[in-house]
Design a protein around this ligand. Structure first.
Ligand SMILES: [Mg+2]
Length: 237
């Protein structure tokens, strides 16, 4: 069946989350005089990401709210930095700490260089949408800030409002519905192999895995999954 629509993941696919996160964390730790609590900026980042990777899924599963997972991350991170009383930091104080970090992170947020040209090339020929494991208002503001929101005329589909997170089939199907297309008419593009590529394929979409770091060869993926290493390859497909 002919592909008539393309759905995108946001973080790591259109938006260079990791680079902004690295810069924002470093700047914030310097400002808070905490950078010497870790043996190197790389170690601080490793701890920060480790905590994120454990706490963010608790938001996706509905165990914690979006705000509560941020507060929990801050308490755990500060505890690992050796801050006395870190685990007793109030939600309010932790949220303020996170917000202050986020201002520094967002000051440098930008799209990947290949995002805008690719969306521009696809826009006239395909219906474009977003399916993301996040909160709609948060992702909408982010896409707006990095200059990509205008490419998405259909409603964004995010896990918070949808009620289930990728790799659940239902969220991919909701994305197709937002485009007014059948799953077989829609390609999904994302950087997470399991959540994005395997999830989309199992939901009946055309799965395209974005492997920016070229971590595995094209032969090393499961059947029904196409690998690209840059978004620019999409126009050729
Ligand atoms: Mg991603």
């Amino acid at each position: 069946m002919t592909i008539r629509g393309v759905l995108f993941d946001v973080d790591g696919t259109l938006y260079d989350y990791e680079k902004a996160e690295e810069f924002g964390l470093h700047e914030h730790l310097v400002a808070e005089e905490l950078s010497d609590r870790f043996e190197s900026p790389a170690e601080a980042l490793r701890v920060w990401r480790e905590v994120r990777e454990e706490e963010y899924p608790r938001f996706l599963s509905g165990e914690l709210t979006f705000v509560a997972q941020k507060a929990e991350r801050i308490r755990r991170f500060l505890a690992q930095a050796g801050v006395v009383g870190a685990l007793e930091v109030t939600d309010e104080a932790a949220t303020a700490w996170f917000a202050s970090y986020a201002v520094r992170r967002d000051a440098v947020r930008r799209a990947f260089d290949d995002a805008q040209p690719t969306l521009g090339a696809l826009a006239g020929r395909f219906r474009l949408g977003v399916v993301s494991n996040s909160v709609t208002a948060h992702q909408r503001a982010k896409l707006d800030a990095i200059g990509l929101l205008g490419y998405f005329t259909e409603p964004l589909v995010c896990s918070q409002e949808h009620g289930a997170a990728k790799p659940a089939a239902s969220i991919f199907l909701a994305g197709c519905e937002a485009l007014g297309l059948a799953p077989a008419e829609v390609a999904y593009v994302g950087d997470d192999y399991e959540k994005d590529a395997v999830g989309a394929r199992d939901a009946g979409l055309r799965a395209i895995w974005l492997d920016r770091s070229v971590s595995r060869g094209p032969g090393a993926v499961d059947a029904g999954i196409r690998v690209i290493t840059s978004l620019t390859e999409l126009t050729g497909l």
